[in-house]
Write a protein that binds this ligand. Structure first.
Ligand SMILES: [Zn+2]
Length: 435
């Protein structure tokens, strides 16, 4: 707890340092991590040697950019060679963790008390940036959360770590994501929370109910925090339209913890530079300039158990400008998600389709949708709804063509219960199956 408080105090100060000072601090930390990995990780020792580095390397950004990327499949297949045989005693215990991938690719790695402390401190920083009222009621709807519906218990457990470790909080109630949407809406009205934490897709389904008048927005609800999936701009507008409910998004991963938090002033995503080196790289591996979209590559400066050095997390983002708030932390303008979420036009060009923003529900009572690209001119539209009439299909096709940016040949598939792949909190509204 003392360690957490002192880390929080450090972060409070370091966020206002200049980008140059923060970068110097990152490379100091990276040099220590690299020396540790050299000594204790067979995988990284070989990787550094093959790239021509030595143990006493004075790391410059140029040297750093020559380290080959660590791919997800390397992490999956070679974790036991990546893992360090020893960790410094002040990093505490190690924990084994596994990611639940929606594609069946499970990554397993070690984290430590030290990485956990950064996770907690950055989660607390997020509360502080957004000036949360810690006495408020929190409702959580997430994949793995158990039901917590008893007011006495909910008050006793409070918001959970980190807030509950540091101060007294209001109650937190929770339900698993498997609860049907209409029941979620009913439950939220009963709990009447100020804050809701959930995934964008689940929020979108709740908004559908509110917009159609089938359920009422909880009176107290002020602010939704979204995690775990890409947040599309349409969702923010829909929340505002429902009575100025604010959305704050976080970019995180199970392997790395909290990667970027939204700035309370500008809405840009601030990378958590004290803990991670976050790069956005173009096709040639060069850093993207502001406004360019590239793949995200991350180095965890504090994981001395399974070092993640230039780890390709497989998400894409738009590089952001420096922020008007005065913080020296880097920014991302938008998080785009996975490459397989890009649509390919018949001429071979690719872009991210507009998802989450169009109004299929104006055509029919569509509860969930997904588009799957099977070929250059072959897109399957999957809908959770009873089969549509030809006129309705034509209206959906018009909306889908706008969203996809091309008049693709479409075929419709209908589902009764849920779309395949839903329910694990990582639902993707567009998937390309092209190689
Ligand atoms: Zn800012």
């Amino acid at each position: 707890m003392k360690l957490l408080q002192s880390l929080l105090a450090q972060l409070e100060n370091s966020q206002w340092q200049s980008p140059q000072t923060l970068q110097a601090m990152q490379f100091e930390r990276f040099a220590q991590l690299a020396a540790h990995a050299w000594r204790h990780s067979p995988f990284f020792r070989l990787r550094f040697e093959q790239a021509g580095f030595d143990l006493n390397q004075v790391w410059t950004p140029e040297d750093f950019s020559r380290i080959p990327l660590l791919t997800r499949s390397e992490l999956m297949l070679q974790e036991e060679h990546i893992r360090c045989h020893a960790i410094p005693s002040d990093h505490g215990q190690t924990y084994r963790m596994q990611t639940s991938g929606s594609t069946g690719q499970v990554v397993s790695l070690q984290r430590t008390d030290a990485t956990q402390r950064y996770w907690l401190a950055i989660a607390m920083r997020e509360h502080q940036w957004h000036e949360r009222d810690f006495s408020a009621t929190l409702a959580i709807i997430k994949a793995t959360t158990p039901t917590m519906d008893d007011p006495i218990q909910a008050a006793k457990i409070g918001w959970g770590p980190p807030a509950s470790l540091l101060l007294k909080t209001g109650p937190s109630f929770s339900q698993p994501l498997s609860m049907p949407i209409a029941q979620q809406a009913e439950w939220l009205n009963r709990i009447n929370p100020e804050y809701l934490l959930t995934y964008p897709t689940n929020l979108s389904a709740l908004l559908d109910l509110y917009e159609s008048g089938k359920a009422k927005v909880p009176i107290a609800l002020q602010h939704v925090r979204t995690v775990g999936e890409t947040l599309h701009p349409g969702l923010r507008e829909r929340c505002v339209a429902l009575g100025s409910i604010d959305i704050v998004d976080m970019y995180s991963s199970q392997e790395l913890g909290l990667i970027a938090l939204q700035c309370p002033d500008s809405g840009l995503y601030h990378t958590q530079d004290e803990n991670l080196i976050v790069e956005v790289l173009d096709e040639q591996g060069q850093p993207c300039v502001q406004g360019e979209v590239g793949r995200i590559v991350i180095t965890d400066l504090h994981n001395y158990a399974t070092p993640l050095i230039r780890y390709e997390i497989r998400d894409y983002a738009e590089a952001g400008p420096s922020c008007s708030c005065g913080r020296g932390l880097g920014t991302l303008k938008r998080i785009m998600g996975r490459r397989r979420n890009m649509v390919t036009l018949p001429d071979g060009s690719k872009h991210w389709p507009l998802v989450g923003a169009h109004r299929y529900r104006e055509v029919a009572d569509i509860r969930q949708y997904q588009a799957i690209q099977h070929g250059l001119d072959d897109i399957e539209i999957r809908l959770l709804v009873s089969p549509l009439t030809q006129v309705q299909e034509e209206s959906i096709a018009t909306l889908a063509h706008q969203a996809l940016g091309h008049p693709f040949k479409l075929r419709f598939s209908y589902f009764e219960h849920e779309l395949p792949g839903s329910g694990n909190g990582k639902f993707e509204e567009f998937i390309s199956l092209l190689p």
